[in-house]
Design a protein around this ligand. Structure first.
Ligand SMILES: Nc1ncnc2c1ncn2[C@@H]1O[C@H](COP(=O)(O)OP(=O)(O)O)[C@@H](O)[C@H]1O
Ligand SMILES: N[C@@H](CC(=O)OP(=O)(O)O)C(=O)O
Length: 446
């Protein structure tokens, strides 16, 4: 069994959907995970925003625009009037459901229901298209098997049990279609795996069914060695190990959801990143095979807050660090990067929900300096400590750029640096030039 996930860009129009159907084929047994058509989830977020603001006219206008967009795609997708009618009815039902929230008190639970409609529509449309093409498929409702716990973490035991039971009902079916992103929470309400979470759905599903491969189909030929939205002349990386891929995803390579590598790694299932616009391109294979002595790629994580905490000697020095980290733990705020000196510690966070409270508590035993709008630049590869020279390459590349923090040693697959947002493009470009333009190779380990 393979798991194939197609993102919003891959199902973004009738033409793209037809292309996905041709990639799906019908021979091998597979579970196809679909995102919402590109732009739909953003539109649903805006519609929910209108309901929060009590602006039903604005919501109504946006819903009409979406319905018109879907009507055009339906006209282009289906051959027969019967299937056009069925698809229109499906879309109308989902948008009527969205509209049913107008004029009532609006809660975060209602917002989650609204956000789920995009994937419910795209999978329904694909299922109808496959039927019209005579390709036998079964629609598996993700809300019947994908679940998160009260801590917001996926519940792998439940997911496996429910999904395997659903598959067992169709022993002769080759093609299963399901929704990415959406799930239920521990109380049975509709929820989701956070924005971009369809990749995560695919790897949770892959792990649940012990898939032989998880394929993430998107609009680019695999993981590139730098952010193609920012840097010119990036190139695909053909092979990554799980840890390298997880680091790139965590530190901003948008092609993968930050959490999606973990389930695949734990079950040792290879992940292949493929291009639905160019299906024969080789893409990137992510597995547990490590390629020695190479810097693989660079990524950048935006919206980072830098916090410098300097002890004012209120605490014995051996207690200082534990107090600092207890403070972040108390406010359930994950620290991304840490560097320390004899009198202080600098950290970065991306969740600033409790920043004020954290700073107030830290200030009882330290002076605290906060700087927002920072970025983390992360260089990833085989950076084992005996591979001399990689630090020099990175520092040389960034010699004209002010760097706030440098961190290496937490893992031997990345070096991370913190700098101002306005220096990001220059830094990424300089790293590409120094690390990838001339084919660099680190000296063998000493
Ligand atoms: N290192 C990288 N390699 C490849 N793509 C990247 C990288 N960093 C950012 N991206 C962006 O990720 C996009 C694909 O991810 P995403 O928008 O989530 O696709 P989908 O719609 O298929 O879910 C690419 O179009 C590309 O612009
Ligand atoms: N539709 C959801 C989930 C998702 O993963 O989308 P995509 O695969 O297009 O990034 C979102 O926009 O967040």
């Amino acid at each position: 069994m393979k798991v194939l996930k197609f993102g919003g860009t891959s199902v973004g129009s009738a033409r793209r959907m037809k292309n996905v159907a041709s990639i799906i084929g019908s021979s091998e047994r597979k579970i196809v995970v679909l995102s919402a058509m590109s732009g739909t989830t953003n539109a649903l977020v805006c519609i929910a925003g209108c309901f929060y603001r009590k602006a039903p006219d604005e919501a109504n206008k946006m819903i009409s625009e979406q319905e018109q967009k879907y009507a055009r795609e339906i006209e282009a997708l289906y051959r027969t009037d019967l299937y056009k009618e069925r698809a229109l009815q499906l879309v109308t039902e989902h948008f009527n459901h969205v509209w049913s929230f107008s004029g009532k008190p609006f809660t975060v639970f209602d917002e989650k229901v609204i956000l789920a409609q995009g994937e419910l529509i795209s999978t329904g449309m694909m299922d109808l298209y496959l039927q019209e093409q005579g390709i036998e498929s079964v629609l598996l409702p993700a809300l019947n098997f994908m679940r998160i716990t009260a801590d917001g973490e996926p519940d792998p035991v439940y997911i496996r049990e429910k999904l395997v039971a659903l598959l067992d009902q169709h022993p002769d079916t080759s093609v299963f279609i399901t929704q990415g992103f959406i799930c239920r929470n521990a109380y049975g309400d509709i929820d989701n795996l956070q924005r971009g979470g369809s990749d995560y759905s695919a790897s949770l599903i892959g792990a649940a069914v012990d898939a032989e491969e998880i394929q993430i189909w998107t609009d680019i030929d695999g993981m590139h060695n730098n952010d193609p939205r920012v840097v010119n002349h990036t190139s695909p990386v053909r092979q990554l190990n799980f840890e390298e891929a997880a680091k790139l995803a965590h530190f901003g390579a948008k092609i993968l959801h930050p959490c999606c590598i973990r389930p695949a790694k734990e079950s040792n299932i290879p992940v292949r990143l493929l291009n639905s616009f160019e299906p024969s391109a080789p893409g990137t294979l992510i597995s547990n095979t490590a390629e020695k002595g190479r810097i693989k790629a660079v990524a950048a994580k935006d919206d980072i807050t830098y916090i410098k905490i300097k002890s004012i000697n209120q605490l014995p020095s051996h207690k200082f660090l534990s107090h600092v980290f207890d403070t972040f733990a108390f406010y359930k705020t994950a620290v991304d990067m840490v560097t320390t000196s004899d009198i202080g510690v600098s950290v970065t966070i991306d969740n600033t929900e409790y920043l004020q409270e954290i700073v107030a508590r830290l200030e009882s035993y330290a002076t605290v300096f906060v700087e927002k709008e920072m970025v983390i630049i992360c260089v990833v590869g085989d950076l084992e400590w005996r591979n001399v020279g990689f630090e020099a390459l990175i520092i040389e590349a960034l010699k004209d750029i002010p760097v706030r923090m440098i961190s290496y040693g937490g893992s031997s697959s990345n070096v991370s640096l913190v700098m101002r947002k306005e220096d990001k493009t220059r830094a990424l470009q300089a790293l590409s030039t120094h690390l990838f333009d001339s084919s660099q190779s680190l000296p063998p380990a000493i």
